[in-house]
Design a protein around this ligand. Structure first.
Ligand code: NAG
Ligand code: NAG
Ligand code: NAG
Ligand code: NAG
Length: 781
């Protein structure tokens, strides 16, 4: 069952030019070969299992007393060229003469162990894993400890599944691309539009996945992978697809928007892998761009790990993009640019030819596979049977534990965003609201709640089931699916006109926004708006609108409808999403999520082609720019929006009146007027200061509150009108206050990227924004 699903998933990830049936056949073959041991959940053979075969101890690569470099060199030295080529691809072959089993590199764990990718599957031994909210929902929690806590649970479940032969050790998650355009079908997988949030999400989730209990800090629990590097955020929009799209990106946008999450993954998160994307950046496929791979990732950021291609990227750059004349040139350009591993088969088919033609040397291959082996060594893959190692005790009993499922529920509650709450209509009191009409195409959904790159969940609680735990419910879907070609309004109106309250649960699913499926508009699909308006009009009680979607929706019609008192956005809230929605509506949990992206009006899609990568507005053409950092036009909701049942206020207790940068006497800005100074150099030392805020919960109900520290720099270098310096989530009991301290490093946090990609601190008046509070101070030399 699960493997059926698995195959369908694999195919969807491959471009059309490699027919799905090819993979299906291959999968069946591999699958049936491994079935006897794996289906029973017995341990597969492990590399360097010296307990089972003493002669393996003579191999240097099995000797755990040697350094990692020495073990890798020993192993590479023993392999023939064809064997080495086998380690350039994700379906790595076995080398039985050395006792090395085959290894499938492709597993996924975007928000739980996933069945996407042939490395992982579910069976009767482990039928499901904890399915956390889709990433866009988790990002809305703005809780960095939550990001890490989820990663930690996911990697424990992954290890448990590995131990019974159901999963790999290398996970191609997270997706840290910036959610640049609201139409992007994969925006749901990302932490939103802000580079700081995306950086914090990526580095913390990676830490949660990777951090090992082993005393050796270089060991990995599982290996994460930040993808898709870089400027990848068009899937399939009006005939433009990701396999041929050339993202034209300015150096400034690249450095201050698209690259920061990847840099943070590598530098702060110490991620073990980066995946290059399908698209081109400024005319070059990213997987053949040595400046981006060898230059930036390995050179500047010092990746400790491997660079993998998106699936069949090298085939795509050759066949679809016609970037090279021959397949051998495609091989050479990718490997020489810095690719270490190919998701697919291209390198297994054409690398020997590239060597024969003299386009690459065997030593180039040695170098590439050394990174792959080093990663496997750090994972303990060459340390024999994992039963003895820190995770050897994990097994099926450690998957879907009550604690893990509770965290999935908590994550959903932390991420749900209350966008409107007229006259404090919510929370409902279960003693007053004795019946609710639950209406809408997403009102009783299961799989919709877990979004894409999902796994089989432990169990589901649908919204209807969640609400039924609080009060008596009636239910009408109102549409046969989210596309809602024809709304069935009569039955829905009927139940709404008699219930004490109406809860409409609408939105999207993977048929509207998905991988390879971008939207063309931002409205609720089909006749959903009609259903909402007609039901609202006849409802006896207050109407609550719940939007389940990855991307923002233009729901202006609902904001303007007096009958609709409250609006909630729940993203795709995961396996326990329905319980979380009900807990918030009935006040068992005080909402605290904040929007991780701008919600644009429908008109934005007419003004802005999805393919225009520019973040900054262009007054000459009327192009309005993108994200809260640059866009000043009309919005439906803003980045950071989100209400609570409590009311929080901020009071600035301490901030500098001025920051003085100690430039040397000979510095050019001493003698001439400068608008900004370099954000690196000796003058940047000791330029940190504290901002102290008193945050008060004026309400009676305890609640969580995210404090956003924004800054508006002086307007030089086309800088953002405002950008996030930091955020902090706190819990406050009712009628209490506490101090929150932000440490601000002037060069790191106040700086902006100039037109050619250098970081500069603007001189002049900077303004801090915290909620409604604004505070100005001067930065001078
Ligand atoms: C032990 O490992 C060696 C090297 O891989 C192999 O040649 C031999 O057949 C193995 N012996 C057994 C009993 O599996
Ligand atoms: C709601 O969905 C659940 C899970 O799919 C299903 O068992 C139940 O019958 C549905 N309820 C209604 C009223 O359709
Ligand atoms: C609302 O209901 C009234 C009658 O109850 C009807 O006249 C009116 O057209 C309805 N409006 C909408 C927008 O459905
Ligand atoms: C953040 O998430 C963690 C992990 O779930 C949780 O323990 C903590 O209470 C959350 N912080 C706030 C302020 O809600």
């Amino acid at each position: 069952m699960a493997s059926q699903e698995n195959r369908a998933q694999n195919c969807s990830v491959f471009p059309v030019l490699l027919p799905c049936f090819f993979y299906t056949i291959l999968f069946i073959t591999l699958h049936s070969l491994s079935l006897p041991t794996k289906a029973l959940g017995q341990s597969p053979p492990f590399a360097c299992d010296t307990a089972g075969n003493a002669s393996l101890s003579s191999f240097g690569f099995c000797d755990t007393s040697k350094t990692l470099e020495a073990r890798v060199a020993d192993l590479v030295g023993r392999l023939t060229l064809p064997e080495k080529i086998g380690y350039l691809i994700s379906g790595a072959a076995s080398v039985s003469r050395l006792g090395i089993p085959k290894y499938e590199w492709w597993s996924e764990a975007l928000h739980g162990v996933s069945y996407t990718g042939p490395g992982t599957r579910f069976s009767s031994v482990v039928p499901g894993a904890t399915s956390f909210p889709q990433v866009i929902t988790t990002a809305a929690s703005f809780n960095t400890s939550l990001f890490e806590a989820i990663g930690k649970v996911v990697s424990s479940e992954a290890r448990a599944m590995y131990n019974v032969g159901l999963a790999g050790l290398t996970y191609w998650s997270p997706n840290v691309n910036i959610f640049r355009d609201p139409r992007w079908g994969r925006g749901q997988e990302t932490p939103g539009e802000d580079p700081l949030l995306a950086s914090k999400y990526g580095s913390n989730y990676v830490k949660g996945l990777q951090q090992s209990d082993d005393p050796d800090p270089n060991k990995l629990k599982v290996a994460a992978c930040c993808k898709h590097y870089t400027a990848y955020d068009v899937d399939n929009w009006k005939g433009v697809d990701r396999y041929t799209f050339n993202a034209v990106v300015s150096q400034q946008d690249l450095d201050d928007t698209f690259q920061p999450p990847f840099k943070s993954c590598v530098v702060d998160g110490n991620v073990a892998s980066v995946m290059c994307s399908y698209n081109q950046v400024n005319g070059k496929p990213t997987c053949a761009d040595s400046d981006l791979l060898s230059g930036v990732i390995r050179g500047d950021w010092k990746l400790n790990g491997y660079i993998v291609t998106d699936c069949d990227s090298i085939d795509v750059l050759f066949k679809s993009q016609h970037y090279t004349k021959t397949p051998e040139e495609a091989v050479a350009q990718s490997i020489l640019a810095g690719v270490n591993l190919d998701c697919g088969y291209f390198l297994s088919q054409h690398t020997q030819g590239a060597v024969d033609k003299g386009l690459i040397k065997e030593s180039d291959i040695d170098k590439a596979i050394s990174y792959n082996f080093a990663t496997l060594m750090r994972l303990g893959f060459f340390d024999g049977n994992p039963s003895k190692k820190p995770y050897g005790n994990l097994g099926p009993k450690d998957v879907c534990t009550p604690a893990n499922q509770e965290l999935a529920l908590d994550a959903a509650r932390q991420g749900i965003v209350l966008l409107q709450n007229t006259a404090k209509t919510l929370p409902f009191s279960a003693t007053k609201i004795k019946s609710v009409a639950v209406i809408g195409p997403n009102a009783n959904v299961t799989k919709t709640m877990i979004g894409n790159y999902e796994g089989t969940p432990c169990k589901y609680t649908t919204p209807l089931q969640g609400l039924a735990a609080y009060t008596s419910t009636t239910f009408q879907a109102g549409c046969s699916n989210v596309a809602c070609a024809t709304a069935q309004v009569d039955e829905a109106k009927q139940i709404a006109s008699t219930a004490d309250a109406t809860i409409l649960i609408v939105g999207a699913d993977q048929s509207i926004e998905a991988e390879s499926r971008d939207r063309v508009d931002l409205l609720l699909p089909g006749q959903q708006p009609l259903l909402v308006s007609e039901v609202a009009n006849v409802s006896k009680g207050p109407v609550i609108l719940v939007i389940m979607s990855g991307g923002g929706m233009d729901v202006t019609f609902a904001k303007n409808n007096d009958k609709i008192k409250s609006i909630l956005w729940v993203g795709y809230p995961g396996e326990a999403g329905g319980a979380a929605i009900a807990d918030i509506i009935f006040g068992a949990y005080n909402p605290c999520g904040r929007l991780p992206m701008t919600w644009y009006p429908q008109s934005y899609t007419d003004e802005v082609p999805m393919t225009n990568m520019n973040m900054r507005p262009n007054p000459a053409t009327g192009y309005p720019g993108r994200s809260y950092r640059f866009y000043t036009g009309e919005t439906v909701y803003n980045f950071g929006d989100g209400l609570s049942y409590s009311d929080f206020t901020h009071h600035l207790a301490k901030a500098p009146t001025e920051v003085s940068i100690p430039l040397q006497e000979i510095h050019e800005c001493r003698s001439s007027t400068c608008k900004s100074v370099d954000a690196v150099g000796e003058h940047c030392q000791n330029l940190a200061f504290d901002v102290h805020l008193k945050v008060r919960n004026n309400g009676a109900m305890g609640g969580r509150h995210t404090i956003f520290l924004f800054s508006s720099p002086p307007s030089v270098h086309n800088s953002p009108r405002k950008h996030l310096l930091g955020f902090e989530k706190v819990f406050l009991h009712g009628k209490t206050e506490r101090l929150v301290v932000f440490k601000v490093d002037a060069c790191k946090h106040l700086s902006v990227v100039d037109e050619v990609g250098n970081r500069k601190v603007a001189l002049g008046v900077h303004q801090l924004h915290i909620g409604d509070l604004k505070y100005s101070f001067n930065v001078r030399i």
